[in-house]
Design a protein around this ligand. Structure first.
Ligand code: C2O
Ligand code: CU
Length: 465
């Protein structure tokens, strides 16, 4: 349950002094052209501007880390410097990337030890809204602040920088003293339930920021959900927001939603186009009353800028459904589920072992990265994965290195023209089919992006070779 508005008002006077449209911290440019991103401990005010400081782990001193901004087809060169006391690596979420640069500790690279660095060097094939985050013990490292936005512009960006806003939302759990609650981290009880849910939302690391917009002008709002486990419930229709991209991939049109709330799962992104007429707010709707977590002040005389050119879709190979190879993934475990029959590191777990191993979920009976891949695909082969959620919980499943289409969802009408995604939500008892062309060679993760679930068993891998 998010803290109530009343709790928030206590600090409202300090917040009215808030600066206009806040900016991200900058990456450091090294002499050889690499952007330097340094992970390390830092302190940040999460609850109110003049309030208590939380001890976080951040990239370049602030969560979110610097906004990395490049143009489609460009090379990204980042030197990751690890000043943490534990190993880490950076994953570039949603980028159809060269496997060696995917940043998954233990699968595509060794975790970078404290004091060491690692050079990431890759090109970005698709324009859109992406993000990066720690990919070693993510449940802990991301919860403490190790993430940032990665924006890939179209060659001719339709929105200038003033009309193109990146909004990285995060769900934090604060203690009564208004600082990050670290004592509760790693609770096995939460790992077996909905994951670590917070009680406070920030945007771009700021409590309740204000953005200044001009009336009648078109804006692109790029929303990223960096939460460990919180599914954000939003309603873009409340401010006339129309969807132009999901998970980075432009639709080539602007869609008005016909339902509410709109669910933005952990790691998912949505880009909206908004032409504001008056002040509005971003509200999270899962509680008894809407929880406002960012406001937009609208001023000016409203000389309309007209409808901007919308970004065109990226070129991603269409799945060949009639010839697809079917793979099945059966999700089990968790609280109020069947915790039997979990194999972990080659042995069957008995109930008493759950506490010791912290493995309480399984994919096809196996917890956490079995020796064998979920499937091995030939390059160019279409894979159709049928995912059955036989648990009592919702999950946010993420495929590395590829985008896919949701081609079927039980209990819902099939989408005639499904969007590309890299993360999909699946409700308890639901079956979802996704299809993708396995065209990116290497070993890739397929896991739940509720980071506690991923750590507690919901991680598998596949290979394209
Ligand atoms: Cu965004 Cu495997 O993660
Ligand atoms: Cu999950």
């Amino acid at each position: 349950m998010l803290w109530t508005r009343r709790h928030f008002i206590k600090s409202a006077s300090a917040l009215t002094l808030s600066a206009a449209t806040p900016a991200f911290v900058r990456p450091v440019l090294a002499e050889d052209g690499f952007l330097e991103i340094t992970a390390g401990p830092s302190r940040q005010r999460l609850y109110q501007e003049e309030g208590a400081l939380s001890d976080l782990w951040t990239y370049n001193g602030f969560a979110p880390g610097p906004e990395i901004r490049v143009t489609r087809g460009e090379r990204v060169r980042v030197r990751f410097v690890n000043n943490l006391e534990e190993p880490s690596s950076i994953h570039w979420h949603g980028i159809r990337i060269d496997n060696a640069m995917d940043g998954v500790s233990g699968l595509t690279q060794e975790a970078v030890p404290p004091g060491a660095s690692f050079d990431y060097d890759f090109t970005v094939p698709d324009a859109g809204t992406y993000w990066y985050h720690a990919h070693n013990k993510s449940w802990n490292q991301v919860a403490r602040g190790l993430y940032g936005p990665l924006i890939v512009d179209e060659e001719e960006a339709a929105f200038d920088r003033e009309h193109d806003l990146t909004l990285v939302a995060d769900d934090w759990r604060l203690s009564e003293d208004e600082t990050l609650d670290t004592a509760s981290m790693g609770s096995l009880m939460e790992w077996a339930h909905a994951g670590r849910l917070g009680n406070w939302l920030t945007v771009n690391g700021l409590p309740h920021p204000k953005f200044s917009l001009k009336k009648g002008e078109a804006y692109r709002l790029r929303l990223v959900n960096a939460s460990n486990a919180r599914i954000l419930e939003l309603d873009p229709n409340r401010f006339g927001g129309r969807i132009i991209a999901y998970d980075g991939q432009a639709l080539g049109r602007a869609e008005t939603l016909t339902y509410a709330p709109f669910l933005l799962g952990p790691a998912q992104r949505v880009d909206l186009i908004v032409v504001p007429e008056s002040d509005f707010a971003l509200e999270e709707l899962s509680g008894d009353s809407p929880f406002e977590f960012a406001t937009f002040k609208v001023s000016g005389n409203g000389t309309a800028s007209g409808e901007p050119v919308l970004p065109a879709p990226n070129a991603i190979p269409e799945p060949d459904l009639p010839n697809a190879r079917r793979v099945r993934l059966d999700m089990t475990g968790g609280a109020m589920g069947n915790l039997e029959n979990i194999t972990y590191q080659g042995r069957k777990l008995a109930r008493e072992d759950f506490r010791k191993t912290r493995q309480v979920w399984a994919f096809n009976g196996v917890a956490n990265l079995g020796d064998d891949p979920l499937f091995a695909a030939k390059p160019g082969e279409t894979i159709l994965i049928e995912v059955l959620n036989n648990t009592s919980w919702a999950h946010a499943m993420h495929v590395h290195g590829h985008h896919f289409k949701v081609v079927k969802r039980s209990g819902a009408q099939a989408d005639a023209d499904p969007p590309w995604r890299d993360t999909f939500l699946i409700g308890s008892g639901q079956t979802v089919e996704i299809a993708s062309v396995a065209d990116n060679s290497g070993k890739w993760l397929f896991h739940c992006h509720m980071l506690e679930h991923a750590a507690a068993g919901m991680t598998s891998w596949f290979e394209v070779a």
